[in-house]
Design a protein around this ligand. Structure first.
Ligand SMILES: Cc1ncc(C[n+]2csc(CCOP(=O)(O)OP(=O)(O)O)c2C)c(N)n1
Ligand SMILES: [Mg+2]
Length: 593
């Protein structure tokens, strides 16, 4: 017989879990004890939100479940932001939480609580997990754990939650007598897939300007290498989503940029003049389509490969070839059925030419003498970071947007953040999770001054674990993204700057009080030298980048407010600042006979 909490932890260990992000509490102590005795390394976050975010980033790096352990009640409620992000970004994650003793669970009684810290996490979290379960019977342990692992890692990945009452954690089980979980048998759809792959080649044969948008679903399906093999054979231009920014380096002969709302002008021209648009593992959210499905790649026939049928069905345009399959299955079969298609070299050159002609970072940004321009900073980092580096931008505000838009990837880099939720406070804990998952790869985190403060307590975790993370904090006097929207649509700037009531603490004092090094860069004159110094430092550094308190994300899709209050956008090829009309028309006439 073994203690159930030991059984749970050894289950995870047997599946290769090396690290657990956690914060203890009275209602998870048996589990905490089992972790402590196991070979699994435990990372003590100082806030459960940070533990969950850390596990999420860890999972993104490894493409296998990140695990987080918390106590009942507040321990669980504090994790919700991290779980929500994993849900939206399809990241596999397992959250173990304690719960009050079985006899104290409210159950069907019409009161709000019986046990102290009792709250029904399994129900609260259900809409944003693939599976959530209170383990009420010890005999169910193996079945529940196997199902949770299966659900987190199979199909469209995502978070799962197992809540275990205190008495059940300490109960004894005989592992040999526990029943397992039987995964459902999927019906054979191989003929359907054959048809889709034939149609894919047929559509390619009939196309002149095909283009692929690669999304992170390809990595989730563990299909990246095969995807690169296939595209090399096909020789067609490839764009990536922000979530797949590190799939291809800037100089890859087929890479032609990242299109979107705050896109790259060249990539948007490629997408909008294409006659066959192939999306693989990208969910085509508003950032990708710029809200307007009617104008999206409007001259192209569309092939969408997505494991989630609902994501294909939500599109407001006709999808000529809706491939509701896992990216690996599709790519595998497409590789084995490879047929020589047309020579698309001229089209690839055209897209590459646009990518080069319209860089995001334009010389005017370098002309700014006072303070640092956001784009200039990203340009410098792109030059100085090494292929072996890890880049983890925060997930909200200009730090995310500008990095994803302007960074030039080198071969071998890993770059990611949380996209769907767009929450402040991800920078520090994500960098920690990613750094630990990568076994201490040199990590760079870029965060806004507003976002950085939201999980600032985790600088202590960085110090304790001596993690090689360099934090660049973009100081623009508070919430510039909010100020931008306010100045566009409202007269005043409440709650977004010092004048509006938001103050931020002295980052130098805070950093030093956590025992980390601090520096500040205020002028573009010596920026290369100063950023290099930070990157070369052997210890963790917080470097404040002093910026103007205004910022504009460009190029960007333009949106106008109609008199009735609704918004209308220009088509995606026509980004702000608008190009001279003749140049714009010339670009859009590519493909006209
Ligand atoms: C948790 C959370 N609360 C509120 C917001 C709304 N919000 C979006 S951007 C932003 C400002 C972020 O400030 P900062 O990190 O300094 O980035 P900046 O906008 O200055 O680039 C706010 C408050 C959010 N995204 N996340
Ligand atoms: Mg800011």
């Amino acid at each position: 017989m073994v203690k159930l909490s030991d059984y749970v932890i050894s289950f995870l260990e047997k599946r290769g879990v090396k690290d657990i992000f956690m914060l203890s509490g009275g209602f998870c102590l048996p589990l905490v004890d089992s972790v402590g005795k196991s070979n699994i390394n435990h990372i003590c976050s100082l806030h459960e939100q940070a533990a969950a975010i850390g596990a999420e980033a860890y999972a993104q790096y490894k493409n296998s479940p990140g695990v987080c352990l918390v106590t009942a009640g507040p321990g669980g409620t504090n994790t919700i932001t991290g779980v929500a992000s994993a849900w939206l970004d399809s990241i596999p994650m397992i959250i173990l939480s304690g719960q009050v003793q079985s006899r104290d669970i409210r159950g069907k009684r019409k009161v709000r609580q019986i046990g102290f810290q009792e709250i029904d996490m399994a129900s609260i979290i259900r809409p944003i997990t693939k599976y959530s379960k209170t383990l009420t019977k010890s005999d169910d342990a193996r079945r529940v754990l196997e199902k949770a692992w299966y659900m987190a890692t199979t199909g469209r990945q995502g978070p799962v939650w197992i809540e275990i009452p205190l008495d059940i954690q300490s109960s004894l089980v005989d592992p040999n007598l526990l029943e397992g979980f039987t995964p459902p048998v999927n019906k054979d759809r191989s003929e359907e897939l054959e048809n889709y792959v034939s149609k894919f080649y047929e559509m390619l044969m009939n196309a002149s300007r095909p283009i692929i948008l690669a999304g992170n679903g390809i990595r989730s399906a563990k299909a990246k290498e095969k995807f690169l093999q296939l595209t090399k054979l096909l020789n067609i231009p490839i764009m990536t989503t922000w979530k797949a920014i590190d799939f291809m380096d800037e100089e890859h002969p087929l890479f032609v940029g990242r299109p979107g709302l705050a896109g790259q002008r060249g990539a948007n021209f490629s997408q909008q003049t294409s006659d066959l648009f192939i999306s693989i593992g990208a969910r085509l959210d508003h950032g990708q389509t710029a809200f307007n499905h009617t104008n999206f790649a409007r001259n192209a026939k569309k092939i969408i490969v997505d494991i989630d049928e609902a994501e294909i069905e939500k599109m407001d345009f006709h999808v000529d070839c809706p491939v509701n399959f896992d990216a690996l299955e599709f790519i595998d079969l497409a590789l084995s059925r490879y047929e020589k298609t047309k020579d698309f070299s001229d089209w690839v050159s055209q897209c590459k030419e646009w990518q080069k002609k319209y860089p995001v970072v334009v010389p005017e940004y370098w002309a700014q003498e006072k303070y640092i321009n956001n784009y200039v900073f990203i340009d410098v980092l792109s030059d100085l970071m090494k292929p072996s580096d890890l880049l983890v931008p925060g997930s909200s505000g200009a730090c995310s947007e500008v990095t994803m838009q302007a960074f030039r990837t080198k071969n071998g880099m890993r770059i990611f953040n949380s996209e769907g939720l767009g929450s402040m406070g991800f920078g520090i804990p994500s960098a920690i999770g990613a750094c630990i998952a990568s076994e201490n790869r040199h990590t760079v985190c870029i965060d806004g001054d507003g976002g950085f403060i939201m999980n600032i307590q985790e600088l202590e975790t960085v110090r304790r674990l001596q993690l090689p993370i360099k934090f660049f904090v973009l100081n623009n006097g508070g919430y510039v993204s909010i100020r931008n929207s306010q100045s566009k649509h409202f007269g005043q700037q409440w709650a977004s700057s010092e004048k509006g009531g938001v103050t931020l603490p002295d980052f130098e004092k805070i950093t030093k009080s956590y025992g980390l090094s601090y520096c500040r860069i205020s002028s573009p004159k010596e920026i290369y030298k100063e950023v290099q110094k930070v990157l070369d430092s052997s210890e963790s550094v917080v470097c404040e980048i002093m910026m103007l308190n205004t910022h504009e994300t460009l190029p960007r899709n333009s949106t106008h407010k109609r008199e009735d209050g609704t918004f209308v956008s220009l088509p995606m090829e026509d980004l702000l600042p608008l190009l001279p009309r003749d140049e714009f028309k010339r670009n859009m006439s590519v493909g006209d006979d």
